[in-house]
Design a protein around this ligand. Structure first.
Ligand SMILES: C[S@@+](CC[C@H](N)C(=O)[O-])C[C@H]1O[C@@H](n2cnc3c(N)ncnc32)[C@H](O)[C@@H]1O
Length: 364
């Protein structure tokens, strides 16, 4: 058995299935997506089993929108004896390449959450046993494959592996972030998660750094602005609503009551554009494209709220439109889109220009 297991937000299984089916078939890998509504995962059964590994290596994970994690499933273990769940796993994993990390996981659903305390505890004896059999390196080794045990019930699991160069680095594909007590809204976490997912940590020093100028469209009450301010940026917050006083008191925020679709900066000195306005995806997409085309920002994060139907098609369509509009001016734009953990009926899109970013210098 060699299938792909794909984690997603519960309720978005059809989108994840449509995405893997299309992306795999573009690579001449054909299969069938098994979908259970609201399960938080999809299993993609390949007609040629060897292609599961090929996809896990070659289908760029960073380009996937609705898929939080992608791994090859090698075994399904059912009706496990609860007094010894380790031995069957060890037996099944004989022949695995040596892995560098272990993740014992569940789906991101309320029912599965009941298993998460068990998963945490079970990690310790399983890790020890895998290390004892040289299936896992003695210390965490970032460049080796990751060993996954995905529990569907306390006696039922899927066993598999992902490649560390082409997976989510996070347990269950979800960065664990805590909402700071002084953030004006919980949606602050959306922008923080976007930074973790889209901007490599080693580049934060140049791409998310103090002194940069940022614009936040649809900023109120200020959860996203808060993330920019805490990184030392000077922020223009455009919204007709009210900004949190705590942010205004920092002296780093200028609040402009205006229409975010119309307002434009007077000078070409804005680095970040972030936008959380709730509107039609096509309208937001064209607006962001205009900002880049007119050199009004250098890097952007924005949300596209998705309609209830045809969410995958809508997401892909807008990204293609954006790609086309940006290609008309330059070939160096990179566009990534992801349904983040903190996104509900929406996806987050990140855009930057490789060439412009390569010219940024670390602060002395
Ligand atoms: C989801 S909220 C933003 C929350 C914000 N990102 C935060 O973290 O606190 C959307 C905001 O967009 C604003 N908005 C919607 N349409 C707008 C427009 N055309 N111009 C400016 N602001 C707009 C709304 O007033 C609302 O405050």
């Amino acid at each position: 058995m060699n299938n792909l297991l794909l984690y997603c937000r519960p309720g978005f299984e059809k989108e994840a299935a449509a995405e893997i089916t299309e992306r795999a078939s573009n690579m001449q890998c054909y299969g069938f997506a098994r979908v259970k509504d609201d399960s938080g995962y999809v299993i993609f059964e390949l007609y040629d089993e060897e292609q599961a590994d090929l996809l896990a290596r070659k289908l760029p994970f960073r380009e996937l929108i609705f898929i939080r994690q992608m791994l090859v499933v090698t075994h399904e273990l059912k009706d496990l004896d609860l007094s010894d769940r380790v031995s069957p796993i060890i037996e099944a994993a004989q022949g695995y390449a040596i892995c560098g990390d272990l993740r014992v996981e569940t789906a991101d659903t309320n029912e599965a959450k009941e298993l998460s305390a068990f998963c945490r505890k079970f990690t310790v004896p399983l890790r020890q046993a895998l290390r004892g059999k040289d299936i896992l390196t003695k210390k965490e080794t970032p460049h080796r494959p990751v060993f996954h045990a995905f529990f569907m019930a306390n006696d039922h699991l899927l066993l598999g592996y992902s490649y560390s160069f082409n997976n989510s680095e996070f347990h269950m594909g979800i960065p664990r972030l805590r909402c700071p007590a002084d953030a004006p809204s919980r949606s602050s976490l959306k922008l923080e998660e976007a930074f973790y997912v889209f901007v490599p940590k080693e580049e934060w020093d140049v791409r998310l750094t103090s002194g940069m100028k940022a614009v936040d469209l649809g900023a109120c009450p200020g959860g996203w602005t808060y993330q920019l301010v805490r990184r030392g940026m000077m922020v223009t917050a455009v919204d007709n609503g009210s900004m949190a006083q705590s942010l205004m008191d920092t002296g780093q925020v200028k609040h402009i009551r205006d229409d975010g679709f119309v307002w434009r900066p007077g000078k070409k000195n804005i680095y970040w554009l972030v936008c959380d306005m709730v509107d039609k995806p096509a309208r937001v997409t064209h607006m962001v494209a205009d900002w880049f085309r007119e050199n009004d920002c250098q890097e952007a994060v924005f949300n596209l709220k998705l309609p209830m139907k045809k969410r995958y098609a809508e997401a892909v369509h807008n990204i293609e439109v954006l790609r086309g509009l940006l290609k008309e001016v330059d070939n160096a734009f990179v566009i990534q889109a992801k349904q983040l953990y903190h996104d509900r009926e929406e996806i987050t899109v990140h855009v930057y220009n490789k060439y412009w970013v390569s010219k940024l210098e670390p602060k002395a």
